[in-house]
Design a protein around this ligand. Structure first.
Ligand code: AMP
Length: 277
């Protein structure tokens, strides 16, 4: 939170993230990291050499959990809780398209950390740390996982690097004065936690239903600011720390069979599948 005088007393110390005098729920800036991934409708193909997934000539889209993150940030802005939503992505130049989608969905401006390097979650988290240190957001909302690597690591690593509290798998976010109250999806139910801002939230499916970008908003998005930087300019070494040994397709599904009656089914479960004694 920067020096904001909301009529409740003296302004908070500049970006000291001190909110003691604020009684109004106020968030000034939300950073939303988004990832360009193979569209969820595409059947992915593994490269012939087993080194990864083939992304050549494949439809790419915004990671679905990141659409939820953008939606949540935009809703907070529409409620008057946030004043600015900044979308950021790290990746190749074509990621600009994904940022334009974020702008069409309501983000105010975008940042591309451009690199052709193969980025692993730790590298992304370090880049986002550098961006967060420049932008000084009050809240960072990420997806809980990218549907391509299924890593579920970036938000947690970013929280550790920044030493900020985190609420992962959020299904509800409420902002109070200097705090966020978050309902988290946990095994067998919901956990409610409260954390001080600035903080990290990662989105789960039930947080909201993202809107579609309308044509007028797609047109407006073309004029919104999109800045480009690079890992070297942020002082971040993005060299991979993990080596992928092999990527293989999941085993082909074997054809099913029909049984005549329950007796035959039970017999097969006992003698063939061996799942009942
Ligand atoms: P992961 O840890 O890879 O499953 O990704 C979790 C979340 O981190 C995603 O939903 C995004 O919000 C963010 N993220 C991952 N990779 C990138 C990237 N290259 N650029 C920006 N944000 C990213």
């Amino acid at each position: 939170m920067s020096s904001v005088d909301c009529g409740n007393g003296p302004a908070a110390g500049s970006k000291g993230y001190n909110y003691p005098h604020l009684s109004l729920p106020m968030i000034m800036k939300i950073l939303v990291p988004i990832k360009r991934v193979v569209d969820f409708n595409v059947k992915v193909r593994v490269k012939a050499d087993g080194s990864g997934v083939d992304t050549a000539n494949v439809k790419m889209s915004m990671n679905p959990f990141d659409e939820i993150a953008i939606e949540e940030a935009v809703r907070l802005k529409e409620k008057g809780t946030a004043t600015e939503v900044v979308a950021v992505t790290c990746g190749v130049a074509a990621c600009q398209e994904t940022l334009r989608t974020a702008l069409a969905l309501g983000a105010d401006r975008a940042i591309l950390v451009e690199t052709d390097a193969d980025l692993q979650p730790l590298a992304v988290a370090k880049l986002l740390q550098a961006i967060a240190q420049q932008e000084k957001p009050d809240l960072v909302i990420l997806g809980k996982q990218a549907i391509d690597d299924d890593a579920n690591q970036t938000g947690q690593m970013l929280a550790a690097l920044l030493d900020w509290p985190q609420a992962t798998f959020a299904s509800k976010v409420d902002i109070g004065s200097g705090v966020a109250t978050v309902k988290r999806e946990v095994d067998g139910g919901l956990e409610t936690i409260e954390m001080k801002l600035p903080a990290i939230v990662t989105t789960d499916l039930r947080l909201n239903e993202p809107r579609y970008a309308t044509l007028p908003n797609i047109m407006k998005a073309k004029k919104k600011p999109l800045a480009t930087t690079a890992p070297a300019a942020l002082g971040v070494d993005v060299a991979p720390r993990l080596t992928t040994l092999e990527v293989v397709e999941p085993p082909k599904r074997k054809g099913g069979g029909k049984v005549a009656d329950v007796k035959e089914l039970v017999a097969k479960l006992r003698t063939e599948a061996k799942v009942i004694p």
